[in-house]
Design a protein around this ligand. Structure first.
Ligand code: FAD
Length: 300
């Protein structure tokens, strides 16, 4: 049974998040890990370059890491975070199930999202109907017809947000993979769900005019939001006032203690930029966990 308040909450159940959790829990600080192990980049890989384990699968690493973190005292919830906000002396977190939590300190370990559909027109029409960020671009589509592509928390919560702006919202998902609460909210909403469908083509020359789906049906929309995976680093981090690197605006900037510019917020792993390696993620997770625990103890 998880609680409504934790001293530290870790976003991400990959190597960075798990290592951070082990260190926070062993410092006798209450800690919750959010996210899905099977969504970690390493989940389906075979690892041969990680010190002391000459050959191990990503699945084995993640399984052992979770057991170790749980034994140390960490709690886990297999849910994505869809909103974070700073409050006086606390951070508020909203989960995909609608549940709300509070914490003194956050460790951001959400990895990198690889969220391109890889369709021919996708790059050319970026900013001309193609978007990767509902929170950033929803306002441009007031009174329009739009589609969201994806089946996880980012797409589903994004489609719900777009209902406040657009006239018509379509959700194209091969499979809806969110908590039952969020899935039933979508089914009861005005969103038109195209489940089991894939986008075959983005239509339009200079501007998005529609989508062609794999069953041959056409959706006439002015905007398509590609939201594969979970709510991404950029949206969640910017809501906390966390600075991203000035060159790519994709990675979180930290100091040597894995501290971001936002007091009480730490980051570790792929989310902090390359090299994308388990060893780096684990090292940064260790430092972030120790520092987050130290920060949270100040409030006792
Ligand atoms: C095919 C492949 C092979 C690889 N092989 C190797 C290798 O051999 N050796 C090596 O060292 N590295 C390898 N890597 C790189 C390695 O997988 C990553 O460096 C490592 O997994 C990074 O760990 P992380 O914890 O930062 O992120 P990840 O492991 O990607 O974990 C991210 C976590 O964040 C969670 N998450 C995301 N968004 C949210 C949200 N909104 N709310 C809550 N949780 C969220 C996810 O559910 C997931 O649990 C490989 C990567 C790939 C893709």
């Amino acid at each position: 049974m998880t609680k409504a308040e934790y001293e530290v909450v870790i976003l991400g159940a990959g190597p960075a998040g798990l290592q951070a959790a082990i260190h926070v829990a062993r410092a006798k600080v209450s800690v919750l890990v959010l996210g899905r192990e099977y969504k970690s980049s390493i989940a389906r890989a075979h690892v041969e370059n990680y010190c002391c384990l000459a050959s191990v699968t990503g699945e084995e690493l993640l399984k052992e890491g979770r057991i170790q973190a749980e034994k140390s005292g960490a709690d886990f919830l297999t849910e994505d975070v869809i909103e974070t906000s700073p409050e006086e002396r606390w951070f508020a977190i909203r989960l995909e199930s609608g549940r709300e939590l509070k914490t003194r300190s956050l460790v951001l370990a959400m990895g990198v999202s690889r969220n391109r559909l890889g369709l021919p027109n996708e790059k050319e029409l970026l900013g001309r109907g193609v978007s990767y960020c509902v929170d950033c671009d929803a306002g441009f589509y007031r009174g329009e017809r739009v589609a969201v592509v994806g089946g996880e928390s980012a797409a589903v919560s994004g489609a719900m947000t777009l209902l406040f702006y657009a006239d018509e919202v379509h959700l194209v998902s091969e499979q809806v993979m969110v908590t039952e609460t969020l899935a039933s909210q979508v089914r009861q909403s005005a969103i038109t769900l195209h489940e089991g469908r894939r986008v075959k083509e983005i239509l339009g020359q200079n501007q998005v005019e529609g989508l062609m789906l794999d069953d041959g049906s056409r959706l006439d929309v002015a905007g398509v939001f590609i939201e594969l995976g979970a709510k991404g680093a950029i949206e969640l981090a910017s809501a906390l006032g966390v600075a991203l690197d000035s060159e790519t605006m994709k990675f979180i900037v930290t100091d040597k203690k894995q501290a971001t510019n936002a007091p009480g917020v730490y980051a570790a792993g792929d989310i902090c930029g390359p090299p994308w390696q388990v060893a780096k993620a684990v090292g940064e997770g260790c430092v972030a966990g120790l520092e987050a625990a130290k920060w949270a103890k100040k409030f006792r």
